[in-house]
Design a protein around this ligand. Structure first.
Ligand code: FES
Length: 83
């Protein structure tokens, strides 16, 4: 099923990118160009990322928790990763 109509990117391609290490929407955009057109697919890409690799999700949650506890350590890195 196509997720990004503008760039003809399927859900399978996005899942494969996530399995290969893509952790953010920026990663998906960089490797597949998905989401770089009209942007209507970005909520679905985010949803796939949230449901994606458990270790990536856990890593992101751990970084978010660390940023909440120690915001001076993280700068804008976590905020960027969460977008
Ligand atoms: S549907 Fe993905 S950028 Fe338009």
């Amino acid at each position: 099923m196509y997720i990004c109509i503008c760039k003809a990117v399927t859900e399978r391609q996005i899942r494969e990118a996530i399995d290969s290490g893509a952790c953010t929407r920026k990663d998906i955009s960089a490797c597949l160009k998905a989401g770089t057109g009209c942007g209507k697919c970005n909520p679905e890409i985010n949803s796939l990322l949230r449901r994606g690799r458990p270790e990536a999700r856990d890593s992101l949650l751990a970084r978010a928790a660390e940023a909440a506890a120690y915001p001076w350590r993280m700068g804008g890195a976590v905020q960027e990763a969460l977008l």
